[in-house]
Design a binder for this molecule. Structure first.
Ligand code: SF4
Length: 218
């Protein structure tokens, strides 16, 4: 019964909703409400949200989610996961948030796209974080609408990946962020090396750690 409803109505599988600061990427420091959706199509070895990876039967109706947001004060909503694009009601959620005057950011691994988002995508801050487990594949529509590419610096990431043709425009426009995995010292050093080498060929990338972890906030 619930499955039938999910297919025809606006329901989403939610892991948690909470208020904090955006700790990562270009919008770091922005007071934000996080809607963490449940379920991901990938399995990154260092994923720091393992409890949000499995797909579950329980879903919340969109209006319940919107009601819960009223108890928070931030005006910026970050839809994260898991992988938000695994949920067919994502466009309905985005539209409802924009209609209520929120600024909306989606954090995605970039591998999936939902066509109904096309008319709304230019109004979003889309943050794409290409993943090694997906060979850094990014769907062309995600590339078209992303405001930033955020690469986790781990053992796998190389500057050859960053210099791929499909990412070139982001490098040229200074819209690439390097995020050392787990804020580990070895990956800070690696990020600095990559940053220096890219600068020598006139590409400026930013190194932005997971600042919320330094602050001890979620
Ligand atoms: S894509 Fe994100 S949520 Fe999914 S496994 Fe990788 S880090 Fe975790």
């Amino acid at each position: 019964m619930l499955r039938d409803k999910v297919r025809t109505a606006e329901y989403l599988s939610v892991n948690e909703i909470y208020e904090s600061l955006q700790g990562e990427g270009f919008l770091v420091g922005t007071p934000s409400i996080f809607i963490r959706l449940q379920g991901c199509n990938l399995r990154c070895p260092w994923c720091d949200q393992p409890e949000a990876l499995n797909f579950k039967e329980e879903h919340l109706e969109l209006r319940e989610i919107l009601k819960e947001l009223e108890s928070f004060s931030a005006k910026h909503v970050v839809i994260t996961g898991g992988e938000p694009f695994t949920q067919r009601s994502l466009p309905a959620l985005v539209k409802s948030l924009l209609d209520r005057g929120y600024s909306v950011q989606i954090e995605t691994n970039g591998t999936l796209w939902i066509e109904e988002l096309e008319g709304l995508a230019h109004r979003l801050h889309l943050t794409c974080s290409p993943k090694a487990v997906a060979s850094f594949f990014v769907h062309p529509k995600v590339l078209r609408y992303s405001k930033e590419l955020k690469f986790v610096v781990d053992q796998e990431l190389t500057e050859e990946v960053l210099l791929r043709e499909e990412f070139r425009e982001f490098l040229e426009n200074g819209r690439v962020v390097l995020q050392p995995e787990g804020n580990k010292e070895e990956f800070f050093k690696k990020a600095l090396d990559i940053q220096r080498r890219l600068l020598s060929i006139n590409f400026e990338v930013r190194i932005i750690p997971q600042t919320h972890k330094f602050l001890g906030i979620p």
